[in-house]
Write a protein that binds this ligand. Structure first.
Ligand SMILES: NC(=O)c1ccc[n+]([C@@H]2O[C@H](COP(=O)([O-])OP(=O)(O)OC[C@H]3O[C@@H](n4cnc5c(N)ncnc54)[C@H](OP(=O)(O)O)[C@@H]3O)[C@@H](O)[C@H]2O)c1
Length: 253
């Protein structure tokens, strides 16, 4: 193992929404650099299965991201079992509100904001009060290039991610110097959540992507591991776009 691969040796990480997709890949990237990792899912068995899939030094824990009791139990379990909590990846996300913004009811708005915005506040608060506030840590929020751009029919989701990017800056201000808070903004990545975006359109998206392909979860996992590690020690409040150039490639001309 090279020194950069081992850069998270001795650290403990918690990744929400990691039974598959970007969260699973982020957990794998953190573990590969030496961290012990706890992954969550709404379903305990799926969380444990994801941990088995990743192998050594990964544990699964069932916790809906917005369930305060479950979140507290999870954070307490991590600190009691591993003695520390250095890295939190607020990755769980949802997009139940497809269509024009003015046609979305309050229930879909609230669910999107609860999972995509409130849950990162809740887990950050718990992690900071249980460990990071005193000992330091790194928090990474999974935003989206949707939080930096506009598109039809996904407005509520985009607004939630734009707010998450702004939240990242506020938390960085409030929690420094002990805790760094950053976000990643993935482009279109081959996961279940984004299936509606890429499954029928992969060729078109590939053509509009300067780096010539849609993203794979591991592309994002690498960026999460970078922001979690020593190499990012003077970076906070930042949002790292990881999109193969999709944002620079858009536009009518
Ligand atoms: N894929 C993309 O193109 C893309 C682009 C930009 C940003 N993102 C963001 O990336 C993050 C991960 O999404 P993904 O694309 O990897 O999707 P995914 O493959 O569908 O995975 C979503 C993960 O979140 C978990 N999850 C969903 N709701 C949850 C909740 N309320 N509490 C706890 N866990 C929950 C799911 O686990 P269970 O079903 O087992 O609970 C699953 O592990 C999201 O924040 C998403 O907005 C994705």
């Amino acid at each position: 193992m090279t020194s950069s691969e081992a850069s998270l040796h001795g650290r403990v990480a918690l990744v929400t929404g990691a039974s598959r997709g970007i969260g699973l890949a982020a957990a794998g990237a953190l573990r590969d650099r030496g961290a012990r990792v706890v992954v969550t899912s709404r379903d305990e068995e799926r969380a444990k299965e994801a941990a088995r899939q990743l192998g050594d030094n990964v544990e699964g824990f069932g916790a809906h991201a917005t369930d305060e009791d479950a979140a507290r139990a999870c954070v307490e379990h991590v600190v009691e079992s591993y003695g520390r909590l250095d890295i939190l990846v607020n990755n769980a996300g949802t997009n139940p509100a497809y269509g024009p913004i003015i046609d979305q009811g309050h229930a879909r708005f609230a669910k999107t904001m609860d999972v995509n915005l409130w849950a990162p506040i809740l887990w950050t608060s718990l992690a900071v009060k249980a460990w990071m506030g005193e000992h330091g840590g790194a928090i990474i929020n999974t935003a989206s290039i949707g939080g930096l751009s506009v598109a039809k029919d996904v407005g509520i989701y985009h607004v939630s991610k734009a707010a998450l990017i702004h939240l990242t800056k506020h938390l960085a201000l409030e929690l420094g110097p002990k805790v760094r808070v950053n976000a990643i903004a993935p482009g279109v990545v081959r996961t279940r959540l984004a299936e509606a975006l890429w499954q029928e359109n992969e060729e078109a998206i590939t053509g509009a992507t300067p780096l010539g392909r849609i993203g794979e979860p591991e592309d994002i996992g690498e960026a999460v591991a970078f922001l979690a590690g020593e190499g990012a020690r003077w970076i906070t409040g930042e949002t790292l776009v990881v999109d193969g150039g999709q944002l620079v490639g858009s536009g009518p001309l």
